[in-house]
Every structure is written in C-alpha cells, then in structure tokens.
Design a protein around this ligand. Structure first.
Ligand code: F6R
Ligand code: MG
Ligand code: MG
Length: 386
C-alpha cells in the first residue's frame, strides 16, 4: 500500500532576541508545547521545532499534502503564540512576519515561508532540512545546482546508474510570476543563464528523471510588488531527500564546503558569505551576518522524524567557516560600495527616492561632446598606432 506522507517546514520570524539575531528560549518552548499537542491530537505524525537566527521553523510530518489548510492554520496559530511571548518579553520585531491580521485558507502571501514535499516513504528515508537566516530563497540555487547537476560535486551523476540520466529543475521567475522546467544535463547551460541570477530566478524543486521522485523543495514564495518594491523575499528553508539514486548525504552537504556569497546580511542589502554552522552557532552577529545555514538530518520512519543530527557540527566544515570569515573581512572593507552592497534595484532598504526627490533639480545635463578635430578627414589620417 502506498503510504504518502508530507514533510512540511513552515517558518516565520515572530520576534528577535537580541535585535534580529536569535529566537528567545521561551518562544521555542511555546512552539514545542504547541507541536507536542498537535502530535498528541494526531494532526501531525511528528514534529520538531528548530531555529536559525531570528526564525522559528516548524518541521512536521503529516498526511494532508502540501498547502493543507489544517497544517498551515496550525503553524499560523503557533506563530501567533510565539508572537505573544515575544510581546510579553519586549523582544525585537514581535510578529514581524505575520503580515495579515487573520488566517484565510493557507499561508501564501501571509508572511511565513514554507517548503513542502509529499512522497511515498522509502524503506529508509534520509532527509536533510536546511534552515537559513539573513538571506533569500535564491541562496539555494548554487547548492542545488552542485548537488543535482555538477559531477565535480556529486560523483553519483557519473557512476550511479540511477542518477546518470539526470534531474529536472523547476525554476520560478519571481518578478513575472511564471515557471519553467529545465531538463538537465541537456539544458544545463540554458538553466545556468537564469539561476545564476538568484535575486530573480529561483529553483523551486528538483525531480529525479529515473525515479520520477521529487528530491528537493525550497521555500520559494511569490513576491508581491507593493509600492513599486518587491517584498516577501525571506530567510529560506529547503528539504533534500538523500541516498538510493538521489545524492548521498555527503553529496548533499558538499556544496556548503565553499562559502559562496549570497544576498542578505545587514539590512538584507549586502553580499556576504553563506556560513554553514551548527545549531548552537546559528546566530548572525557580525554585521547581521554572515548569513547562516544549518542542516538537520532525519531518518523518516513510518512518518516519524528520527533525529535530528546537526550535520554542520563537524570539523570538516571548519575550513568553510574560516574562509567565510576571511571573505567577510574582504567584503566588509568595501563598505557602501558594490559588490558588498547590493545593486540599487535589489536593496531591501533604500533612501534613494528621498535623495532623488531632494536633489532632482541639481542634476545638470553634461555638455554635448565637442566635435572631434579629425572630423571630415579620411579615417586613416592621424589614426593612432596601437
Ligand atoms: C536583515 C535583517 C537585519 C535588519 C537590521 C535593521 O534581513 O533582518 O539586518 O534589517 O538589523 O533592522 P531594523 O530596521 O529593524 O532596525
Ligand atoms: Mg527579525
Ligand atoms: Mg531572519
């Protein structure tokens, strides 16, 4: 009999301790209490509460599929509860991600982010839940490309018969609200043209061509254009299933051995290295960064979450952390200059409209270029030797 289960990670920033750096232990306790009750009432098969930076993640297994009203409304209520705790303690930005006053069906466009995957549980089902803070969903483009399309990362693409045919990537255009599938490796170069621009094009899911199974899902939420500015790019989460014809656990983690840069960090407006850390170190400090990623490994068995294992709490990622600190030093020294500061159109905070309005009448057209002295002479006359 097919035993379809859904793994959902639903996350929200409902208040920071201190500033935007972490979640207060009392908020975590309140979320765990709600989760325990939901398991006991059999809404959920199992659940685990985790955090990365100032975001609470509810990691849940259940039988209701993606976008379930029951599951989303449970998450919404839990975030209301953690917001209440944050308010009582005067924590920073209490209820920050709860953009609406009331829940209406599911969480789309309401602030919290979510990654969900429904699948037929394999005899042994290893999954990794990635949680990130101080960056955006496009941060998963690089590691997903490495895991599922780069043979220098994933040996299985070359030497595992179940992986050799490749994977299909579903990519969203966040600005124009459309999506496309790229069949890789055949369409790899086409795909890279898009996903190399992660502020706009974001991998939403990846499917194995041989197994027909979805292997990865990210929290790519649609952006809303509000007052001429896209909002809703949020600290992302991702689910990746591993082994048996999918990337092995070590191939899933390998991309993070290089601390590639992502958009985010201070005021969501800077490039900074993505630092893989243990749960205990997932608290962005320096310049509200470097952006952090934690990897929680579970074996799912009869829908139960056996784990987690804190997968980046390992010395093999020490060098990535060291390089991230060096890269942070290098980028920080650019101060308000690109490429540390994001291009004008990607800034989360900007004073540009006010500045433009204030100094608009001081901009003067440059004088027209003088007519070159050589005008009218044959092209060869006076040409400089090079
Ligand atoms: C970035 C982030 C922080 C804040 C920064 C300023 O995603 O959350 O870097 O943008 O700390 O926060 P406010 O404006 O709340 O003082
Ligand atoms: Mg915050
Ligand atoms: Mg956050």
């Amino acid at each position: 009999m097919i035993f379809l289960i859904t793994l959902s990670i639903i996350k929200a920033d409902t208040g920071g301790f201190v500033g935007h750096s972490a979640v207060h232990p009392d908020m975590m306790a309140a979320a765990r209490h709600a989760m325990d009750r939901a398991v006991r009432s059999e809404l959920l098969i199992d659940g685990h509460v985790a955090s990365c930076g100032d975001d609470v993640s509810l990691i849940m297994t259940h039988r209701y599929g993606a976008d379930s009203q029951l599951i989303h409304s449970f998450a919404w209520d839990t975030f209301q509860t953690t917001t209440g705790v944050a308010r009582e303690l005067g924590l920073y930005g209490a209820g920050q991600d709860l953009l609406s006053d009331a829940f209406s069906g599911n969480l789309r466009g309401m602030g919290p982010g979510y990654a969900e995957l429904e699948f037929d549980e394999r005899p042994s089902e290893p999954v990794v839940c990635f949680l990130a803070d101080k960056t955006e969903p496009g941060a998963w483009n690089y590691p997903l490309y490495k895991m599922f399309a780069d043979p220098f990362n994933t040996a299985g693409l070359v030497i595992d018969a179940k992986m050799h045919a490749g994977f299909v990537f579903e990519v969203y255009d966040l600005f124009e609200e459309k999506w496309i599938c790229f069949d890789c490796p055949a369409e790899l170069y086409d795909m890279l043209m898009y996903i190399g621009a992660p502020a706009r094009y974001v991998v939403h899911s990846v499917r194995s061509k041989t197994l027909g199974e979805t292997a990865a899902a990210t929290s790519t939420q649609r952006l809303s254009l509000i007052a001429g500015k896209y909002v809703g790019k949020d600290d992302p989460v991702m689910i990746v299933r591993a082994q048996s014809g999918l990337p092995a656990l070590g191939e899933v983690l390998e991309p993070f051995a290089f601390p590639f840069t992502v958009g985010g960090s201070m005021r969501g407006s800077h490039h900074a290295p993505f630092m893989p850390v243990s749960v205990g170190h997932a608290h962005p400090a320096r310049f509200d960064g470097p952006p952090r990623v934690v990897a929680l490994g579970f074996q799912i068995h009869d829908g139960r979450l056996v784990g987690p294992r804190d997968l980046f709490a390992d010395p093999s990622f020490d060098e990535a952390r060291h390089q991230a600190n060096l890269a942070m030093d290098y980028l920080r020294r650019h101060g308000p200059f690109e490429p540390h500061r994001l291009p004008l159109e990607d800034l989360e905070y900007t004073t540009m409209p006010q500045i433009q309005a204030r100094i608009a009448n001081r901009w003067t057209p440059l004088p027209s270029p003088p007519v070159p002295a050589t005008a009218g002479r044959p092209a060869s006359a006076g040409a400089a030797k090079s």
